[in-house]
Each structure stands twice: as structure tokens, then as C-alpha cells.
Design a binder for this molecule. Structure first.
Ligand SMILES: Cc1cc2nc3c(=O)[nH]c(=O)nc-3n(C[C@H](O)[C@H](O)[C@H](O)COP(=O)(O)OP(=O)(O)OC[C@H]3O[C@@H](n4cnc5c(N)ncnc54)[C@H](O)[C@@H]3O)c2cc1C
Length: 401
């Protein structure tokens, strides 16, 4: 029997463990982790640099103090994003595992939790442990449990939706899960633009109504659009009932403003100037966009002006400000950074992360119905909820001894 059993040694689970042991030293804390090592997703986060927080989140200062206490120095970059000074996500993960070990927590890896049920004095947790075919069933008993198995995004990092399944087993309601912060497949065949990166302001509309805006570098791929600013829009693309990820987005449009600093008339004046200087064709857009994108815009301008050369420049200027693409689908779980949906927040105490359904249960991280944009928001949420869950669980355990 342990005091606190933490399901999942990811960002939220490890933080919960540290927070619990700092609150009540001497507690017996065990973490069960499905993968061969703790915090695999942290290693991949922020392209290996770990964008661990953002100053727009209420708890960011506490998070920076928390990491300082682990010896992790951070630096702020554009958009209020914080990274470890070394720019190495491994330093973040290793600092967490080192502190857990120093405080006396045990982490069992290769342990896939399969079932949780309540017992007279807490919980019984069943897992399959060991690698390959030599898996054994393991049973643990705990006075309290933190459910921190994450969501369903990035299954290569261990998150395949088990958190939602285990939460349901314990009586919680889970909203529909969908991949978010992911790339967009377009109806237009953009293969000729593959590899082009272009700064732009983006507007997402559905049936002509604004759903979201973002700004940054669009990356054109073989199938559509990628890049952080596109990921941020994907959070607002809801799959209608009865539709799926690959065909649910009729009526959606992404408009790109390729020169946000300029009004359309000023873009037209610039183009006219270039035309008067003797430029024509793709050369008109030289240095504004890359050549393949210039060719794309000009082909659309020609088609849109009905072959009237007098209208072509105006149409080109319009496209620079409103280049339109139509989403066909979203890239799925393998490509997504977070999960939209999860355990209903109404069923969880927001100050302690305690379940309002199951006494002794705490929930933290992406398993909850909360997701944020790119920029350190999602990890920040995992650290914040992890800290609260660990602290509250330890306090309750210490008081009931
Ligand atoms: C490629 C990528 C890059 C990202 N970059 C950033 C970034 O730079 N900044 C940012 O803020 N967010 C980023 N995110 C999102 C962020 O990493 C997650 O939101 C965050 O890690 C969620 O924390 P968590 O602890 O809830 O879940 P996770 O970190 O996913 O941890 C859950 C853990 O539970 C384990 N687990 C699952 N099921 C079981 C089971 N049955 N038994 C035992 N263990 C189990 C998993 O193996 C995993 O280790 C990124 C995500 C991805 C996929």
C-alpha cells in the first residue's frame, strides 16, 4: 500500500509527485509510467527546446520559481514564451526526475495502467508491467490517486486516450476528444508550394463568420498548411456531429494577409510602381513572397480577372491581402500537439484538482477538458494543475493519518 499513486509520469504527474513530497515529506509516492522512461513528451516539446511557460498564464511566475527550485534557469523569448536557458528540453525532464528521486518517490516505467477501482481504503490499480512479451500483471493499492495520463495527442509519447478511459471507469464524464494544434489539409492542391514558408496574418471563418485570427509563419506542405499560426487556428475547427476529421469542414475558409502592415490600396500602388518599372509576371511580387507562391498568386489573379489585364494588378493586390484556402480536414492524433476535450471541468475542484465525483482522486494535465494555444500554455497548465493536485492530495493524506 502506498499513500499516493500517480498514473502517468509526464509533465503533470511528475510535478504532482514533487509537490506532494515537498508538502508532506515521507509520504510513499509511486508513479506508474507506460513508456520506457518518464516525460517522453517533454523531450519532444518545443522542437526539443521545451517552451515550458507563457507570461499570459496566471501561474507562470510560480512555475518559474518552481523550476528555479529545481535548478532550471529560464529565458523569455518573443510572445512571452519561456524556455530553459540551455534550449534543451532534456534539462527540464531530467531536473524533474532527479528531484523525484531525491525526495524518495519511486517511478516504475514500462507499467501500463489498465484499470482503477475503488476499495475500502482507497484504490486498487492494475497494470501490465515489463517490456515485450514478458508482461506481468501488477496490482497496487493506494490511499489516493492522481490521474495524469494525458490526452490522446502524440500517441508515440504514450498518450493514447487511456486517461479518458480510466476517468470514465471512476465515474467521470468525458467530452468528445479531438486533435488540436495540428496541421490543416486543404481542398486546394498546394503540392507546388511545398517547402514555402511565409509570414502572414490568418483569419479563420466558418460560413463567413470569424472564428479565429493568428499571425506567424505559415509552412506549406504537400497536403496543406502547417506552422504554429495554423496549429492555433485548428483549435477552432470543430468537427460537426456525424462528420470526421477528414471531411468535416465544409464552409470553413482560411484567409491569409501576406502583407499585414499595408492596406490593399498601398499594395496596389506598390505593384503599379513595379509594373511601371517594367516588371511583369512573378517578378512583380519579388521579395514579398517566394517564387512558387508568387506563381500561385499570379495564376489565381489571371483566373480571377477573367483575362482582363487591366484588372489583373488589382486582383493581385487583393490576393496579397486575402489569399484564400479551404480546409478539407485536419491531420490526426499523430501530428497533433494537444487534445481538445477531456474530463468535464465541472466535476473537478479548481483549487485542489480533487474529483467531485470520487473522494481521494485528483486529476491534472491534459486529461482535463482544457487546451490552450501554442506558446507554452499547455505545459503551463500541466505544471499548475500538477502542483495543485500534489499539494492537495498530500495535505489531505497528512491530515487523515
Ligand atoms: C510534439 C509536441 C510538442 C509540444 N510542445 C509543447 C511546447 O513546447 N509547449 C507546451 O506548452 N506544450 C507543448 N506540447 C503539449 C504538452 O506537451 C502537453 O500538453 C503536456 O505534456 C501535457 O502534460 P500531461 O502531463 O497532462 O500529459 P503528458 O505529458 O502527455 O504525460 C502523460 C503521461 O502518462 C503516460 N500514460 C498514458 N497512459 C498511461 C497508462 N495507461 N499507464 C501509465 N502511464 C500512462 C504517458 O506515457 C505520459 O508519459 C507539445 C506536445 C507535443 C506532442
Amino acid at each position: 500500500m502506498v499513500d499516493l499513486l500517480i498514473l502517468g509520469a509526464g509533465a503533470a504527474g511528475m510535478t504532482a509527485g514533487i509537490s506532494a513530497l515537498r508538502t508532506a515529506p515521507g509520504l510513499r509516492v509511486l508513479l506508474l509510467e507506460k513508456k520506457t522512461e518518464a516525460g517522453r513528451k517533454i523531450l519532444a516539446s518545443g522542437n526539443g527546446r521545451c517552451n515550458l511557460s507563457n507570461e499570459a498564464m496566471p501561474g507562470y511566475a510560480a512555475t518559474l520559481r518552481f523550476f528555479q527550485s529545481l535548478g532550471v534557469l529560464t529565458r523569455e523569448e518573443e510572445g512571452g514564451r519561456f524556455y530553459p536557458m540551455s534550449g534543451d528540453a532534456r534539462d527540464v525532464r531530467d531536473a524533474l526526475t532527479a528531484e523525484l528521486s531525491r525526495l524518495g518517490a519511486e517511478i516504475v516505467t514500462d507499467a501500463e495502467v489498465q484499470a482503477v477501482r475503488t476499495a475500502e481504503k482507497g484504490f486498487i490499480v492494475q497494470s501490465r508491467v515489463g517490456a515485450g512479451k514478458r508482461k506481468k500483471v501488477r496490482e497496487d493499492q493506494a490511499r489516493a490517486v492522481v490521474l495524469a495520463c494525458g490526452g490522446k495527442a502524440g500517441p508515440a509519447f504514450g498518450t493514447t486516450g487511456d486517461g479518458a478511459r480510466l476517468a470514465r471507469m471512476l465515474g467521470h464524464s468525458v467530452t468528445r476528444l479531438a486533435p488540436a494544434l495540428t496541421a490543416v489539409e486543404t481542398k486546394e492542391d498546394v503540392a507546388s508550394l511545398r517547402g514555402v514558408r511565409q509570414r502572414a496574418r490568418l483569419l479563420l471563418t466558418e460560413a463567413g463568420r470569424e472564428k479565429a485570427v493568428s499571425e506567424g509563419e505559415v509552412q506549406f506542405t504537400e497536403y496543406g498548411l502547417s506552422g504554429i499560426c495554423v496549429f492555433d487556428l485548428s483549435r477552432y475547427m470543430e468537427i460537426p456531429a456525424g462528420k470526421d476529421l477528414k471531411n468535416g469542414f465544409d464552409g470553413y475558409e482560411i484567409q491569409m494577409d501576406l502583407w499585414p502592415e499595408m492596406k490593399e490600396e498601398a499594395v496596389l500602388a506598390h505593384l503599379k510602381g513595379r509594373a511601371e518599372a517594367g516588371e511583369e509576371g512573378a517578378a512583380l511580387l519579388r521579395s514579398l513572397v517566394r517564387a512558387p507562391l508568387a506563381a500561385w498568386i499570379l495564376a489565381e489573379a489571371q483566373a480571377g480577372s477573367g483575362g482582363d489585364p487591366g484588372r489583373e494588378l488589382a486582383e493581385t493586390a487583393r490576393l496579397v491581402k486575402h489569399l484564400s484556402f479551404h480546409p478539407k480536414g485536419l491531420k490526426g492524433w499523430d501530428h497533433a500537439q494537444v487534445t481538445r476535450g477531456g474530463v468535464l471541468l465541472d466535476e473537478v475542484d479548481q483549487e485542489t484538482q480533487a474529483s467531485l465525483i470520487q473522494p481521494g482522486l485528483y486529476l491534472a494535465g491534459e486529461v482535463l477538458d482544457w487546451d490552450g494555444p501554442c506558446g507554452g500554455f499547455n505545459l503551463e497548465h500541466a505544471w499548475e494543475t500538477g502542483r495543485r493536485a500534489g499539494w492537495a492530495a498530500a495535505k489531505a493524506l497528512a491530515e487523515s493519518r
